[in-house]
Design a protein around this ligand. Sequence first.
Ligand code: UD1
Length: 416
Amino acid sequence: MSIWNVKGGNTLGGSLAVQGAKNAVLPIMAASILTGCETELLNVPQLSDVQATIRILRSVGCTVTVDGDVVGIDSTGVCRSEVPDELMHQLRSSIIFLGALLARCGEARLSMPGGCALGRRPVDQHLKVLRALGAEIEETDGHILCRSRGLRGTRIELDMPSVGATENAMLAACAAEGTTVLTNAAREPEIADLQEYLRRLGANVSGAGTGTVTVAGFDPQPRVGHRIMPDRIVASTLLCAAAAAGGDLELRGLAPRTFSSVTAVLSEMGCQLRTTRRSVRILSDGRLRAPGPIATGPYPGFPTDAQPLLMAACLRARGTTLFVENMFENRYGQVSEFVRLGADVRTVGKLAVVNGVERLTGAEVSATDLRAGAALVTAALAAEGESRIHDAGHIDRGYFDLDGSLRYLGAEVFRS
Ligand code: UD1
């Protein structure tokens, strides 16, 4: 597994464009098989999760080309409704192929998806929406077989605003007769990006970004182009890193309103934030104060994906910060590693209490998952001396060249 060496103590300075969003591109790539058509996606980040999704697309019969951040998908040849287990296990968002294949082929056979180990991650809401649309579903030893002899639009209320279940419902509803109205839908900006793509593909879909999404018919188009929205979690990562290490950093080509819950906390901690419609600049002297309690929640609440990153910025902040993790039961994988760096953090169930310390010291640590890995890099940038981050391969699932970006900004981060 790859190891990252991080020498702390440098401030971060400069200006950077932010990559396309992982959580937008993965469902959009799955959606590209809804009909036989040619899709050109721009601003696609080069991530190992994108590579895995390309392998899934090829395995079901698509032709896929990659040229830098442009990905071409020709889905006219889709001929299989089954995704190999080995590919399913590589990422959680592979579950979106359930709705996509059901819509395209009338059936889908998948195994339970993999992804970050954040505790129990059930798929009951995904199955609920597909059943409501008329699919018959069998679950046997870790596999899901989903079939339909014609999907029918209907009203569906989610028990919780699941991002993935909202996306699966939108994709399957594209193939349904009549109108589907999904309530208690997730409101994440990436769902609005999926809606943009689906509209270009010919779907009559509206409401994404609100709690009610309506799909009312589909007029397939042969060619579609779409630019992937910027990644608000990558932006949050770089801002937390600049907050923790100190510096003057500008991020361009992004939508600050999509992560205002994060920038609001960084302002509260004493950073100066200057925001325009498409950019954000942060100035930090690295001397932060603890913010009020941080409780994660569905959008527009504080994103669970940014929780480990913000926690990294709180480790040396004056005072005590309370975190409440409401989305995943096992999302404090970074805490034991932060403690190795000299942090004072304790967890009880969904709570974590951070008492700010004067200094952090470089150490040998391990990344348990994608965001925990990025959070360790963030903390190590603010630590004295050198850290070695083991299992850092997780980071490449969601960040394109994070080490290169940080070096460009003045940090010392090297792979070994
Ligand atoms: C997506 C994001 C992930 C983010 C998460 C929450 C993608 C590719 N991934 O994941 O980065 O951390 O949203 O913002 O977009 N749940 C159920 N039953 C279900 C589905 C979900 O109980 O059928 C629960 C989950 O266990 C979790 C909560 O609902 O507690 C939210 O999960 P969900 O919104 O579905 O997350 P993902 O779509 O997997």
